[in-house]
Design a protein around this ligand. Sequence first.
Ligand code: DX5
Ligand code: ZN
Length: 220
Amino acid sequence: MVEIAPSILSADFARLGEAIAAVERGGAGLVHVDVMDGRFVPNITVGLPVVRSLARATRLPLDTHLMIEEPGRYAEQFVEAGAQMVSVHVEADAHLHRTLAAIKSKGAQAGIAINPATPLSALDEALPFADYVLLMSVNPGFGGQKFIPTSLDKVRRLRRMIDERSLETRIEIDGGIDKSNIAEIAAAGAEIIVAGTAVFGEDDPAHAVRELLNAAVQWA
Ligand code: DX5
Ligand code: ZN
């Protein structure tokens, strides 16, 4: 089953409540929150206070994507702020196992995020400790970038790696996804699909989520 995770990065930050209500109506499965520190990525976005407010504004799970250095210093605080899912970048954390365990001990799902140029072999040891892998299909930092085509094969290889080990790890994919490419991405084995521009760049975000869901099931 495929879930759509609209990324609020492309929404109007002064009207986040309305943005979230719209994607709830459209059938979004979760809300993707991009946290950027201006160091791990060349952009700064939102942090704990915004997650706290969003948690009060929606029943959808908050999927927080930490694009920050030393994510282990903050990961548990994001769970306390109301996030049900927290992902940290494999490139940013020297103590990934500890951070994943800390997120889970607080009762949230723990994810490993991985950049386009980082090989899947970097996940080898930590994979059994993750509830999901967030595969980046653009270089993190900005919305509205073009899907990197080799990501499709990376999803397939990750799917195989998970299945061969009989793990339950889910695959989330993030960056440059719209209704033109979502079907093949879902067919490759991605189960959670992040979409920013393809949802909030449209006049009717609720309708945009419905269209993405419809397009995603075309592969079945
Ligand atoms: C990029 C973020 C993405 C971004 C996706 O660093 O991680 O979540 O919002 O935006 P689109 O769907 O526009 O590529
Ligand atoms: Zn993201």
